[in-house]
Design a protein around this ligand. Structure first.
Ligand SMILES: CC(C)(COP(=O)(O)OP(=O)(O)OC[C@H]1O[C@@H](n2cnc3c(N)ncnc32)[C@H](O)[C@@H]1OP(=O)(O)O)[C@@H](O)C(=O)NCCC(=O)NCCS
Length: 136
C-alpha cells in the first residue's frame, strides 16, 4: 500500500471520531466513553494541528495519529489493519515529534507490538500500562 501523511483539517474530524469510537478500536484506549460530534469538534479545534491523517493511493483515509502533550494516540481503520498503516504513521510521527511518548494498556497486544516494531523501548511498567520512548 502506498501511503502518505496529510495535515488534519475539518473534513477529517468525523473520520477521527468514527475510528476512535469504533467497536473494534475502543478497547485499545484508556477512555472508552462515546464522543459526540459536538465534543469532537470542540476537541479538534483545540488540537487539530497535532493530528495527522494517513491516506492511501486511492486517496482514502485509512488511519490517524496524534500527539497531545507528548502523548501518542493512533488508530487504523479496521478494514486496513495488519497492512503496515500503524507502522507507517508511527514512523512518520517520529520524524516530526522525536520527544513523543506512549502509554499502552498491557492488554493491547497490537499496540504494544507496534511500538516495539518501530524501535520504541519500554521505560516503565505498572499494573495497567507499558510506557514507551524512542531514543535516537
Ligand atoms: C494498534 C494499531 C494502530 C495497529 O495498526 P495496524 O495498522 O494494524 O499496524 P501494522 O499493520 O502497521 O502493524 C505494526 C506491527 O504491529 C504488529 N501487529 C499489528 N496488529 C497485531 C495484532 N493484532 N497482534 C499482534 N501484533 C500485531 C504487526 O505484526 C507489526 O509488527 P511487524 O512489523 O514486526 O510485523 C491498530 O490495531 C488499532 O487501530 N488499534 C485500535 C486503537 C488502539 O489501540 N490504538 C492505540 C492506542 S495508544
Amino acid at each position: 500500500m502506498l501511503l502518505r501523511i496529510v495535515q488534519n483539517e475539518e473534513k477529517y474530524y468525523e473520520f477521527i471520531r468514527i475510528l476512535r469510537t469504533h467497536s473494534d478500536n475502543v478497547s485499545g484506549f484508556v477512555e472508552k466513553v462515546d464522543i459526540t460530534k459536538e465534543q469532537q469538534k470542540k476537541y479538534m479545534e483545540k488540537y487539530r494541528d497535532q493530528y495527522y491523517i494517513c491516506i492511501n493511493e486511492a486517496n482514502i483515509p485509512v488511519g490517524w495519529i496524534g500527539v497531545v502533550e507528548r502523548d501518542i494516540r493512533l488508530c487504523t481503520d479496521p478494514k486496513y489493519k495488519g497492512q503496515g498503516v500503524g507502522k507507517f504513521m508511527l514512523n512518520e510521527l517520529y520524524s516530526r515529534h522525536q520527544d513523543a511518548l506512549a502509554k499502552v494498556l498491557l492488554s493491547n497486544e497490537p499496540s504494544n507490538q507496534l511500538f516495539l516494531s518501530c524501535g520504541y523501548q519500554i521505560y516503565k511498567q505498572d499494573e495497567i500500562f507499558k510506557y514507551y520512548i524512542k531514543n535516537s
